[in-house]
Design a protein. Structure first.
Length: 321
């Protein structure tokens, strides 16, 4: 039996969604130490899995690795389609667990496209590999098509910066009980609409924030400056998405972000991916204060949901075999 454990990730946004620029997408995100998905796998004569999602990823892993079968189970699955990167972390964990069960050496980045992962953002693959704060280089804009590319016709975007964040930092993550974020064909259609109409000047603003504010803050461990920069990038991304998601943040994330502005120990407020997950950054000294305030805000807004305090991941997935 092989066990693979991988942390969730937050997706702050993209560097560019306009075809007027040379590079498209370019993900910005953060690996979290918790919550984690834990996958157990062992050799088998055929595929054995407890649900359709796990079975689908197991079949892809078997095909990529040319093995006859695998018995796999996600013991602690991440919540799906809430903005924590559950699909990528599960798919890669199953792939690695299957490979190690057969004493094969996995090549995560090379095989991620065959598993259907890493097509737009490379953040989930990079945090699975090494954790940290990640910026990827995106794809050439000339390769954009209105239909998703076929497997084998694209690669995971290159990682251009991957920095460890201080151990003392904590990310507040709120998961309101709300409709899941977009995925699959619905997400593809929304992205096509956004890209075809995206204002190129927003990408210029993001580039300035990224290079002059966010990267230096991450490298120097300056929490407040880091928080201000990721919040600005998240809001700029929201201007691209406003028409397709109902505002800079999708409901109810917008109400949560607005209310959390009143919490002095939090900065860097934003929505992860399509939401509904909302995040903010603080430090371990103020983490419980931030958590209590977030719970009060959920109650005051008449929302149910969960509140997590997460350390940044300083390593990637772990394997126990």
């Amino acid at each position: 039996m092989v066990t693979v454990s991988a942390g969730a990730r937050l997706h702050v946004g993209f560097q560019n969604l306009s075809l007027a620029h040379d590079r498209l997408y370019g993900g910005i995100g953060i690996g979290l130490d918790e919550p984690r998905v834990r996958v157990e796998a062992r050799r088998a004569e055929a595929v054995s899995a407890p649900d359709d999602v796990t079975r689908r990823y197991a079949k892809r892993a078997m095909s990529v690795l040319s093995v006859p079968g695998v018995a796999v189970e996600a013991v602690d699955p991440l919540p799906r389609h809430v903005g924590l990167g559950s699909g990528t972390q599960l798919a890669l964990a199953i792939y690695v667990a299957t490979a190690r069960a057969y004493e094969l050496e996995p090549t995560v980045r090379a095989h991620a496209p065959d598993l259907g992962r890493g097509g737009r953002s490379g953040v989930g693959v990079a945090t699975f590999e090494s954790g940290g704060f990640v910026v990827d280089g995106g794809h050439p804009s000339t390769r954009f098509t209105t239909a998703p590319p076929e497997p084998g016709e694209w690669e995971v975007p290159p990682t251009i910066s991957q920095l460890p964040l201080p151990d003392s930092w904590r990310f507040l993550v709120i998961l309101p009980d709300a409709d899941p974020g977009r995925s699959g064909e619905g997400e593809d259609a929304s992205i096509r609409t956004v890209v075809e109409d995206a204002e190129p000047a927003i990408a210029d603003d993001i580039a300035g924030v990224l290079t002059r504010r966010l990267l230096p803050a991450a490298a120097n461990g300056r929490l407040d400056a880091f928080g201000e920069a990721i919040e600005r990038i998240g809001r700029l991304n929201g201007r691209w998405y406003a028409d397709v998601q109902g505002g800079v943040y999708r409901p109810p994330a917008g109400r949560l972000v607005d209310a959390l502005e009143s919490v002095p120990v939090l900065s860097g407020l934003g929505q992860s991916s399509w939401g509904p997950a909302v995040y903010g950054v603080t430090d371990e000294t103020h983490a419980r204060e931030a958590e209590s305030a977030a719970r009060r805000i959920l109650e005051s807004l008449g929302c149910s949901g969960s509140v997590l305090i997460c350390a940044p991941a300083r390593t990637g997935a772990t394997v126990d075999d």
